[in-house]
Design a binder for this molecule. Structure first.
Ligand SMILES: C[S@@+](CC[C@H](N)C(=O)[O-])C[C@H]1O[C@@H](n2cnc3c(N)ncnc32)[C@H](O)[C@@H]1O
Length: 247
């Protein structure tokens, strides 16, 4: 896979792309990154990429010309590239969307700054994505969030660092709790079943803990989760117990 990032601040990516999974994925050849300096697509002496807003008001707006020129240059190399603008006004990034993006061969992530980009850029991008209901200073951290979430889903990238298949949201549920040594820490013990060596009991316990945790913390996820008849029975029991406790 190839991920291009269009930004006014290319240096922002220097360290993060060299760490952990993102570095390893590049070394394995699973992904290649290219950070594109938007100012390389400006045409004036001052390399101007922003201007004052029509209608007045504070802040600057990112100009269309360099953005569109950069998009066209990338599309000329690969017309199948998926062009994504990062903006708080975009569709919310979910694990389902991350899976969809991981299945594409080439992404171009566009980072806004200042008050954002000239709204007419919507005619030139394939989609607009938000990483959450809060406002960042620029799209750079959002592009990293997208890149990290996507790359860890690429085949063989996680290796021994874990399995994406059981991550939170991947199954429609939050992940089950994890523990490592010591067995007891300041009076807090690891659940006995995890020490039992009974793989079926461990798998059952993990599934049930994931359901319990989702019910307590993110109950709205349960309506969309893929639940087996045994899961549903367990959930019904949990709900019954919690109703008895409330009543
Ligand atoms: C200061 S923000 C612009 C905020 C804009 N005036 C608003 O209120 O929606 C500058 C840039 O940061 C990025 N950004 C900020 N919050 C974001 C979010 N939640 N998701 C994705 N990108 C975001 C976008 O690229 C945006 O153009």
């Amino acid at each position: 896979m190839r991920i291009d990032i269009l930004t006014l601040f290319p240096e922002f990516f220097a360290s993060p792309l060299k760490q952990s999974i993102l570095r390893r994925a590049q070394e394995q050849g699973a992904v290649s990154f290219r950070v594109i300096d938007l100012r390389d697509f400006t045409t004036d002496r001052h390399r101007t990429a922003d201007d004052r807003p029509y209608g007045g008001g504070p802040g600057m707006v990112m100009k269309l010309e360099p953005l569109v020129a950069a998009i066209r240059a990338v599309r000329a190399e690969d017309e199948a590239v998926r062009v994504i603008l990062l903006t708080p006004a975009g569709g919310l990034l979910t694990q389902k969307k991350v899976q969809d993006l991981a299945g594409r061969g080439h992404l171009l992530l566009i980072c806004g700054h200042y008050e954002g980009v000239d709204d007419r850029l919507s005619h030139y991008v394939d989609e607009e994505l938000s990483i959450g209901d809060y406002v960042l200073t620029g799209g750079e951290p959002a592009a990293l969030v997208v890149a990290d979430a996507v790359v860890r889903l690429l085949p063989a990238v996680l290796g021994c660092e874990g399995s994406a298949a059981e991550d939170s949201f991947q199954t429609g549920l939050l992940d089950h709790p994890h523990y490592t040594r010591p067995r007891v820490f300041e009076g807090h013990a690891v659940p006995e079943v995890l020490l039992s060596g009974d793989h079926a009991a461990v798998a059952r316990w993990r599934r049930q803990e994931a359901i319990k945790r989702t019910l307590r913390r993110r109950p709205e996820l349960l309506s969309r989760a893929a639940l087996s008849p045994a899961d549903r029975e367990f959930l019904a029991r949990l709900t019954e117990i919690s109703e008895q406790q409330d009543g």
